[in-house]
Design a binder for this molecule. Structure first.
Ligand code: MG
Length: 380
């Protein structure tokens, strides 16, 4: 890669087929921030999947766009990096903003890989230590939002099981946990992998181990992020008093923090989200360090469009991803996605990893024409 010629930032408004409800709030429309990078005449695409409000992490779409246009894109254009791994070091002087950095890095990486004819899955596998071979297909998993009634939850999970999903993750919070998860286990039996994600909501209860212990009855694969983001010692104490493995998500914003959490006993399962750790190359480092310590990882989702979804499929093809993640098929979230690519489940409940160069996805021109806002940046 000799030259980054231009970067375009785009904001799109994507209606959702149904509202998405968690302990963090309800979402009925997605504001997607996409990044287009042009490297030696070849276009690449990245996505910054910050949620509309800064309730999952401190990032949100307008903050992502602001830091990209004021600080990150100008730095990258000035740095004249010669390869995709040079992107993160060029952006490192800016603290925080991992989702903004991840989208920009992915756009440059995608352009570079499209120019050289290498798929993102092959590239990420080549960056593993030791180098790995990507899987051709990955098992699909679905995260199910808070439905409001146990009957509605069982009905929704039933739809996904019918479509071939073999793993569901149920969003929980105090007052919506054991009865909800138990109803899913009762309805679908032991063949379904069931996990629970609390998004930090048990930080507010007086005795988190007592509140979460009833979940153990239902053969829960793990309970994710029960306590506050910064409470590694609290998670370690909780993990020592629960029969269910503890998984961390929001807490782990880098490979260093993932390693520290494992060393402290704060988790025995790790949710890897590239946008949360600043990019897909840092996500590979999280994968490597967990794998070296025998800690299973899975690929988390942020309700991504086809761009981020394809990149997550590539990440999930690495060998340490031994638990099905939030990698789901297309069509259930956005009636009109940003690209026509279809990620479909086969009879075994798996999805093919894209093998075309880069992420394999290109955003449709009709979609970019409908952008709510866009802006080009070129070297000064
Ligand atoms: Mg989570």
């Amino acid at each position: 890669m000799s030259g980054l010629e231009a970067v375009q930032l785009l904001k799109l408004r994507l209606p959702m087929l149904r509202p998405w409800r968690t302990a963090l709030g309800t979402l009925s429309e997605r504001e997607a921030v996409l990044v287009r990078a042009v490297v030696d005449g070849v276009e690449g695409w990245g996505e910054c999947p910050a949620l509309p409000e800064p309730t999952y992490s401190s990032e949100y779409p307008d903050a992502v766009v602001d830091v990209l246009r004021r600080h990150l894109v100008p730095r990258l254009l000035a740095a004249r990096v010669s390869d995709a791994p040079g992107v993160a070091p060029a952006l490192a002087p800016v603290k925080g903003h991992p989702m903004a950095k991840s989208g920009l890095e992915l756009a440059v990486l995608d352009a570079h890989l499209k120019a050289t004819g290498v798929s993102l899955a092959d590239f990420l596998a080549s960056r593993c230590d030791p180098p790995a071979t990507p899987a051709a297909r990955v098992p699909a998993g679905m995260a199910v939002g808070v439905t409001g009634s146990v009957a509605a939850l069982v009905e929704e999970v039933g739809r996904w099981v019918e479509e071939g999903y073999r793993r569901v993750k149920v969003k929980i919070h105090p007052g919506w946990d054991s009865a909800a998860v138990g109803a899913v286990r009762d309805a679908f039996g032991s063949g379904l992998v069931v996990a629970a994600d609390a998004n930090g909501s048990y930080a507010a209860v007086a005795d988190p181990p007592a509140a979460l212990r009833p979940l153990a009855r239902w053969d829960v694969a793990f309970v994710e992020q029960p306590l506050a983001d910064d409470d590694l010692l609290g998670h370690a104490a909780l993990a020592g008093r629960l029969a269910i493995p503890v998984c961390l998500d929001e807490s782990l914003t880098s490979a260093n923090l993932a390693e520290a959490a494992i060393a402290l006993g704060a988790c025995s399962v790790v949710n890897v989200k590239a946008p949360r750790v600043g990019g897909y190359l840092e996500a590979v480092r999280v994968h490597d360090r967990c794998r070296a310590r025998g800690v299973p990882v899975w690929c988390g989702g942020m309700l991504e469009t086809a761009v981020g979804r394809a990149a997550n499929l590539a990440l999930a093809s690495l060998p340490g991803f031994t638990i099905p993640g939030d990698v789901s098929g297309t069509g259930w979230l956005y009636p009109e996605d940003v690209a026509g690519d279809v990620f479909a489940l086969d009879a075994a409940g798996t999805i093919a990893v894209p093998r075309r160069p880069g992420t394999g996805v290109a955003v449709a021109a009709a979609v970019t024409r409908r952008a709510a806002w866009s802006e080009w940046h070129r070297p000064g």
